[in-house]
Ligand binder design. Structure first.
Ligand SMILES: [Zn+2]
Length: 274
């Protein structure tokens, strides 16, 4: 048994060393075992299927707003990652922002930067700044490559005592299923698995900075999450359902930890505009 384990343990360690990188802005170390390019390719297939099966809002002021906010945030992400010397995270990104007709108050982003906003969340975001709270959070999931990290965690857990051939795993149906779950799109499969509390908090933290740098007042996040609590109380919202972080903790963290930092970005942008 020991002999069998040793090569796998070695392989894992090599893999960990190769793939251990830092998340932009938060500096948290993360383990990603899958090539991001592979994940992006898989995601693209899932994304195209989703757009086929759902009604995309092509025209009108709401669709324009989603596109406008998305572009401003993407610009902000590019500038910040360059400042941080982390441009390599931009390599796999090709942003797309779509508004989809669905009464669910939801939104998500796939690896590679495909962002979908459901019309059902617009009554809660209310304003362009409110939408920037949601989209900043979603772009952050993509930049932080949370999907990859989550799949890697799943792989490591599954591996347990048996070596997993990552090369084969990449192309299997199993991978496709895990991908959907890892991306928080489990609702498509009738299973809901929200991002972890750590990932949610990190997306909040980074999202506020992205929106602030794009010129949107990040303090709106407190109002948005308060409305989200009130509005989504009884319904199920896959990405934002998040039993973790609890809504109270989330708002408290935003107010006391993340907002003070984001406000410095906001004030810096505002002083340049004068
Ligand atoms: Zn999230």
């Amino acid at each position: 048994m020991k002999k069998l384990l040793t090569p796998f343990v070695l392989l894992t360690l090599v893999g960990l060393m190769q793939s251990c990188s830092k998340v932009p802005l938060t500096g948290r170390r993360q383990v990603k075992l899958l090539p991001e390019t592979e994940l992006v390719q898989m995601s693209l297939a899932a994304y195209n299927d989703f757009l086929q099966e759902n009604q995309v809002v092509e025209k009108g002021s709401d669709a324009e707003m989603v596109d406008r906010v998305g572009r401003k945030l993407a610009q902000s992400v590019t500038e910040i990652l360059r400042q941080e010397g982390m441009e390599e995270r931009l390599a796999t990104l090709k942003w797309e922002f779509n508004l989809v007709e669905d009464k669910l108050a939801n939104a998500w982003a796939m690896p590679g930067g495909k962002v979908v906003i459901y019309t059902g969340i617009l009554p809660i975001t209310k304003t362009e700044t409110g939408l920037a709270v949601v989209m900043g959070h979603e772009l952050a999931h993509a930049i932080a490559q949370h999907g990859n990290e989550r799949m890697s965690q799943g792989l490591l857990a599954e591996a347990g005592m048996v070596a997993v051939d990552i090369g084969t795993y990449n192309k299997s149906e199993e991978m496709r299923q895990s991908l959907f779950l890892a991306l928080g799109l489990g609702s498509q499969l009738g299973v809901i698995l929200p991002f972890s509390r750590k990932h949610e908090s990190e997306a909040d933290e980074m999202g506020l900075i992205f929106m602030a740098h794009a010129g949107y007042d990040p303090s709106e996040a407190v109002q948005f999450w308060t409305r989200m609590n009130a509005g989504a109380g009884g319904s199920s919202v896959p990405e934002f359902l998040s039993t973790h972080p609890s809504h109270e903790t989330r708002i408290e963290d935003i107010r006391t930890k993340y907002l003070p930092v984001a406000m410095t970005y906001y004030q810096s942008v505002k002083s340049k505009q004068k």
